[in-house]
Design a protein around this ligand. Structure first.
Ligand SMILES: [Ca+2]
Length: 453
């Protein structure tokens, strides 16, 4: 084993990277296939090889904004009204209720209080100014879209409205959004490097790519972006895309992460920087979720199991793999703990720290994980190898160690285990606010657009 873990490591700089709708097997290091142009994700594959790869990590939700509420708060997102929307929509711009309340302690606000510099480059999707914004929730700097999805070139959202911001100022900048997010992330590290090295000031940089979310545009597809705008398809792009285009979009993000790592290296900061990579929910239509079933909006594994890669040379030994189940909010708690932050007494964390795992890939902890979706009345609970799932009123029981594809329903064979898990799920759910009657579920396509399996 190289580089034994150093438990006395000082507080790390943190670069937390989130892809949008990336599936479990889209990356080479998770079994993804090469594209016609070659390996899709060589940079992320190298980060996994030189760091820690989790095979049983989950997003807090199978859809964008609810997961981001959990990421920001280290709590189950069901506690906040805005997260009951699946997801927050562009049409709610100006709404003063659907967003992350500025008074709520957050990952960036608690790190900032603990002495970190903070910035978000990329997607926010937690409500619109003037009521909500990254700057109101603890980020000192922000560049990116406020909404859930924008065109890569026109930077217009679902209703055709321009949606690119510098702080709380809406402002245009030409370019392919994946590259612009990378540019701003690189520039931020350049600006933080002196303070980091000379004064020891740590920084927390969130890089929330919109890739590989629709519309299906690579760096070479600017003409297509203008066609889509003229034909008023906006971002949904239901008649476009293919696997090769999708893989290229993932690759552009991977190239950007390569530039971010090169920048850390050039400043001598790589060794002391924790880089975490994940996705906000499971894969969408062109994604590879193999061997999992389902995708975005589903509580089957394909909707919630996502890549989790952690790289931190001073503390994480290379080549580690962990099957420890975890949720997005656990990583929030982990980053906060590593940064020396404490929970606000009125907002205790539901997330549990994974810090010991960074020092010892064999570390495990035992606890149930829970999910709930308004869409199709879904429920899920994972505990050990077992999973309880309800979809459209039907209860299922799966042993994920034997059948992670969730095809062999054990509910009829093990009614006592099923009953125990149903009871545990209901006991957990009783501690959460009920789903409000006016919470919306927003799907951008139906069976008329795309046949379901
Ligand atoms: Ca998403």
């Amino acid at each position: 084993m190289n580089a034994p873990a150093d438990r006395a490591a000082p507080r790390p700089h943190i670069v937390f990277i989130v892809a949008d709708d990336l599936g479990y097997a889209d990356l080479g290091c998770y079994g993804g296939r090469d594209a016609a142009f070659g390996p899709v994700s060589p940079v992320l594959d190298a980060l996994a090889a030189n760091g820690l790869k989790l095979t049983q990590g989950y997003s807090n939700s199978p859809v964008c904004s609810p997961t981001r509420f959990a990421l920001m708060t280290a709590r189950y997102q069901y506690r906040l009204r805005g997260a009951a929307e699946e997801p927050i929509r562009t049409a709610t711009r100006g709404n003063d209720r659907l967003g992350l309340p500025p008074a709520h302690p957050t990952l960036p606000s608690l790190l900032k209080d603990a002495g970190y510099r903070t910035a978000l480059m990329g997607k926010w999707h937690l409500g619109y100014p003037p009521h909500f914004s990254p700057l109101k929730s603890g980020y000192e700097e922000f560049f990116g879209p406020m909404s859930g999805g924008v065109d890569y070139f026109t930077h217009c959202g679902a209703n055709g409205t321009h949606d690119l911001w510098f702080g709380e100022e809406e402002k245009a900048q030409e370019g392919y959004l994946t590259d612009l997010i990378t540019d701003h992330a690189v520039d931020y590290i350049d600006r933080m490097a002196t303070g980091a090295k000379e004064q020891g000031t740590p920084f927390f940089l969130s890089v929330h790519y919109t890739a590989p979310h629709w519309p299906w545009e690579t760096r070479d597809d600017e003409a297509l972006a203008h066609e889509l705008r003229e034909s008023k398809q906006a971002i949904y792009h239901l008649a476009g895309g293919n696997v090769e285009t999708y893989r290229r979009m993932v690759h552009h993000m991977d190239e950007g992460i390569g530039r971010i790592m090169d920048t850390l290296r050039a400043h001598g900061l790589e060794r002391d920087t924790l880089v975490v990579f994940t996705s906000d929910n499971g894969g969408e239509r062109f994604s590879d979720n193999w061997p999992l079933v389902g995708g975005k909006m589903d509580l089957t594994e394909g909707g919630i199991r996502v890549p989790w890669i952690a790289h931190w040379p001073v503390a994480i030994a290379p080549g580690g793999t962990s099957a420890q189940p975890c949720l997005t909010m656990d990583w929030t708690a982990t980053m906060l703990e590593l940064g020396g932050a404490q929970p606000h007494p009125d907002y205790p964390w539901d997330g549990q720290t994974l810090a010991p795992l960074l020092h010892d890939a064999a570390w495990t902890t035992d606890r149930p994980l829970f999910w709930r979706m308004n869409h199709r009345g879904q429920r899920a609970m994972r505990h050990g190898d077992w999973k309880y799932l309800r979809v459209d009123g039907v209860d299922y029981l799966f042993n994920l160690a034997q059948d992670e594809r969730e095809r062999a329903n054990l509910a009829p064979l093990q009614p006592a285990r099923l009953a125990e898990m149903v009871q545990a799920w209901e006991a957990w759910e009783a501690t959460m606010p009920a789903i409000p009657g006016d919470a919306t579920v927003s799907l951008c396509y139906t069976d008329k657009d795309m046949p379901q399996r």
